[in-house]
Write a protein that binds this ligand. Structure first.
Ligand code: NAD
Length: 254
């Protein structure tokens, strides 16, 4: 029921072994999918290429979504090599530090625009490029956080950005549902990754999550990967537009 054998999956957002995208790539591979993997730039390549090779990625290359043409290049490589795509994982976000560390009402229009472009609009661009490669349907996943719907101290500007991402997921799901293309957000509890280290007092978030979550377990990248693999599978064919909490139940607590 959960086999992804024969599926083709593009995973964007691996920076290192701690990355949520790496948890997704490992799980998709474990269920039988063939993978395409990208790295941000030449500085990231030595960290990501060995991981891409370890999971036998058939397609790999650079992708900075703010560099014109790079996204189109990776999708055209997928079209040429595979002729189609089943699963897309968008696990990237960015916010300039000065904007991220200040009050939401103080953030600059440039910083807010950049965060929205890289963290939200890039997902829409990817879905649009994936659409013609998914004639029999497919799954598009992004990664959100609880701070989208609740005020989480120090999450600041990323709160409204993730709220926009979750809304974009719902609209894209509605627009593509009849084509069998399903769109979801995974919403893990806090995980110690490189992106997370940019959030002030992140250790407090981790501590609160393990104290308050009914399971008292922090989410792991393997937990997120398992959910990604399930959503990519045929077993989840009638699910779309969801925001899936992977947080030991943290989000049900007051
Ligand atoms: P990470 O640092 O491992 O991954 C972030 C990725 O974003 C990196 O691979 C980086 O190269 C990529 N990126 C940034 N700017 C980019 C650009 N212009 N073009 C292409 N890629 C770019 O950290 P992570 O925690 O695995 O983050 C992945 C996603 O998970 C993010 O959307 C993040 O907001 C979300 N998330 C993280 C947590 C957490 O606690 N770590 C919780 C919920 C959601």
């Amino acid at each position: 029921m959960f086999s992804l054998s024969g599926q083709k999956a593009l995973v964007i957002g691996i920076a290192n072994e701690q990355s949520i995208a790496w948890g997704c790539a490992k799980a998709l591979k474990a269920q039988g999918a063939d993978l395409a993997v990208t790295w941000l730039n030449a500085k990231a390549e030595p960290h990501v290429r060995p991981l891409a090779e370890a999971i036998g990625a058939a397609i790999m290359g650079p992708l900075d979504v703010s560099v014109p043409g790079q996204l189109e290049a990776i999708f055209s490589q997928i079209a040429q090599t595979w002729g189609g795509l089943d699963t897309l994982v968008h696990s990237i976000a960015f916010a300039p530090k000065t904007d991220l560390h200040g009050r939401v009402i103080d953030c600059s229009p440039e910083g807010f625009g950049l965060a929205m472009d890289i963290s939200v609009h890039s997902f829409l661009r990817m879905i649009r490029l994936a659409e013609p490669l998914m004639p029999q349907g497919g799954t598009c996943l992004s990664v959100s956080f609880f701070g989208a719907s609740r005020v989480v101290r120090h999450y600041n500007m990323m709160g409204p950005v993730k709220a926009a991402l979750e809304s974009a997921v719902r609209y894209a799901a509605a627009e593509l549902g009849e084509k069998g293309i399903r769109v979801h957000a995974l919403s893990p509890g806090p995980l110690a990754t490189r992106a997370a280290s940019g959030i002030d007092h992140f250790d407090e978030l981790l501590q609160a999550a393990s104290e308050r979550a009914p399971t008292h377990q922090l989410a792991t990248i393997e937990d997120v990967g398992a959910m990604a693999a399930f959503l990519a599978s045929n077993a989840a064919r009638n699910l779309t537009g969801g925001v899936h909490d992977i947080d030991g139940g943290f989000s049900i607590t007051a």
